[in-house]
Design a protein. Structure first.
Length: 319
């Protein structure tokens, strides 16, 4: 086991957050997803509405029953940007694609009754017009050109499972995180292997250090690809929602607090809410981590909005 010290009070003086929530224009404070588009806008999915942020103001997208080209779903679970710059929106109820050139949303609903009321937890773009959807009703393929949802034969085994996340690349194959562990299939094999069978796998991160980080209901695990060895990183009690390797090499961990590890998975510091410090996190619990191209780090919380950390400002402020 990789041990992180139980002493969760390391100095965090240089981590000063700017808090952004409904008072600043965010549609709702429960943040579920983030992505940056090719123009630099930050898109934020919440429990009630999709937001586009230019650094100063929010544009909010919600369902308008009088506008067929509006976003049909208000609870946004995942966001991705495709090679054409369009924004894919996974929601509680279906899938939407925002077409930049037309400034409209196309909304899609499964025709199969067994997939009705599906929740799209994650979108893995697999081609110019196809995606693999991690959903509450298994692993579903979507074809944008055909406007169709279907379950491919190789993914039938996921029927009846809650699928939270999937990742794929040429060297590691396809990894699928479910409520019954993580399933792994190498690109040159037809059989699946499974790890952590009694665990919800909430997020999968392929890392540059040849590790795969598994954020789970039981904490954080790291799988060493070369050694084929799975180890648990000791984090505070509770689920780990996701991890993010930021540009300086640190690993940020979203859990009941935000844990920051170094390149070797050693604890650097723990970030938490301090009611006496307006530049601390707005809440301990973090769900979403994202770093924009300007190296600003964003933390989305459970009901307390966004937190923005600019490393350049921190370095300047503490010279």
């Amino acid at each position: 086991m990789i041990l992180v010290s139980a002493q969760l009070c390391f100095a965090q003086e240089n981590i000063r957050f700017e808090r952004i929530s409904v008072n600043e224009g965010l549609s709702q404070a429960d943040v579920k997803s983030m992505v940056q588009d090719r123009f630099g806008f930050l898109w934020i999915g919440t429990r009630d509405g999709l937001n586009k942020y230019d650094g100063y103001e929010f544009t909010v997208y919600t369902w308008d029953e009088n506008d067929a080209a509006s976003l049909h779903f208000n609870q946004i679970l995942d966001l991705q940007v495709d090679s054409a710059g369009n924004v894919w929106v996974g929601s509680a109820g279906g899938l939407s694609v925002y077409h930049y050139r037309k400034n409209v949303f196309a909304n899609f609903f499964p025709a199969d009754r067994t997939l009705k009321d599906v929740e799209v937890n994650h979108i893995l773009l697999t081609g110019n017009h196809t995606a693999l959807l991690s959903t509450t009703k298994g692993l579903i393929t979507f074809d944008l050109q055909r406007k169709s949802f279907f379950v491919a034969p190789q993914f039938v085994l996921f029927r009846g499972m809650r699928v939270f996340h999937s990742q794929k690349n040429e060297s590691l194959g396809l990894w699928v995180g479910t409520d019954s562990g993580v399933f792994i299939k190498a690109n040159d094999q037809s059989a699946w292997t499974r790890l952590l069978e009694d665990t919800h796998i909430l997020h999968i991160a392929f890392d540059v250090n040849r590790k795969v980080y598994l954020s789970t209901s039981r904490g954080l695990f790291a799988y060493d690809v070369e050694k084929k060895n799975l180890e648990q990183i000791n984090t505070p009690p509770g689920p780990v929602m996701r991890v993010l390797r930021v540009k300086n090499g640190d690993l940020w961990v979203a859990s009941n607090k935000v844990i920051v590890l170094d390149k070797n998975d050693r604890l650097k510091y723990v970030l938490s809410h301090d009611k006496l410090n307006n530049h601390s996190l707005s809440e301990d619990r973090a769900r979403v981590l994202f770093q924009t191209r300007d190296e600003v780090i964003w933390v989305g919380t459970f009901g307390y909005g966004l937190n923005k950390f600019n490393p350049d400002v921190a370095e300047f402020s503490f010279l």
